[in-house]
Design a protein around this ligand. Structure first.
Ligand code: AP5
Length: 197
């Protein structure tokens, strides 16, 4: 397997990014790095970072770019990310894209998986998760707000990655296995296309 892939997964809240990220990471032998998971671990652990971001996350707002960029920069500097990574939930704003470009120091991303799912489906998934796991930002009002924030601030990134020729759009509906197979097929094709460059 190729072990130098620099990958992102992007899509609306509830599209299945986290679910698929661990599978993709294992398949391509790279660490999955989720900014949401990093923030939640800090909230649970009661760290200073956790205290700073808790209210923002519970309101479904975005953590300020400067703080988020700093956390990702530190994480990408760790040894396990030296030969590739899969970012989940980052970048989420145009400013974060530019910050990431700077962190990669001229190296380009290999592929961006866009996981597509309509609003009714993702809201239903997150309401179900609210019942099962009680994630603090999975109340109906906050779920709706997270969708709006995605539409306004993150959806514009899709065109940007499309223009770079690295976007792999995948239908996120169906079983987890079905979606995983679509992602693998799309990524394999995309990575084969870039391998010769
Ligand atoms: P983050 O953790 O990134 O949350 P999100 O984008 O809202 O995404 P979710 O984790 O809710 O959904 P997902 O797409 O990962 O789907 P999942 O696999 O979990 O961010 C949380 C917050 O942190 C943000 O609101 C912000 O405050 C902050 N933050 C994070 N990154 C930031 C950044 N870069 N800048 C600024 N702030 C940032 O699946 C959802 C549910 O559906 C699960 O229950 C799952 O089991 C189920 N499911 C998955 N696939 C399927 C399927 N195929 N069929 C049926 N159910 C499925």
């Amino acid at each position: 397997e190729r072990t130098s892939a620099r990958l992102l997964i992007i899509g609306p809240p509830g599209a299945g990014k986290g679910t698929q990220a661990s599978r993709i990471a294992e398949r391509y032998g790279v660490p999955a790095i989720s900014t949401g998971d990093i923030f939640r671990a800090n909230i649970t652990g009661g760290t200073e970072l956790g205290t700073r971001v808790q209210q923002i996350i519970e309101a479904g707002e975005l953590v300020p770019d400067s703080l988020t960029n700093e956390i990702v920069q530190d994480r990408l500097a760790q040894d396990d990310a030296a030969h590739g990574f899969l970012l989940d939930g980052y970048p989420r704003t145009v400013d974060q894209v530019h910050a990431l470009d700077g962190m990669l120091d001229g190296a380009s991303l290999d592929a961006v998986v866009l996981l597509e799912a309509d609003t009714d489906e993702v809201v239903a998934r997150l309401l179900k998760r609210a019942e099962l796991e009680g994630r603090a930002d999975d109340t109906e009002a906050v779920i709706r707000h997270r969708q709006e924030v995605y539409s306004e601030q993150t959806a514009p990134l899709i065109e940007l990655f499309s223009k770079r020729g690295i976007l792999v759009s995948v239908d996120g509906l169906g079983t987890v296995e079905e979606v995983a197979e679509r992602i693998s097929a799309g990524l394999d094709a995309r990575l084969a296309a870039t391998a010769g460059r």
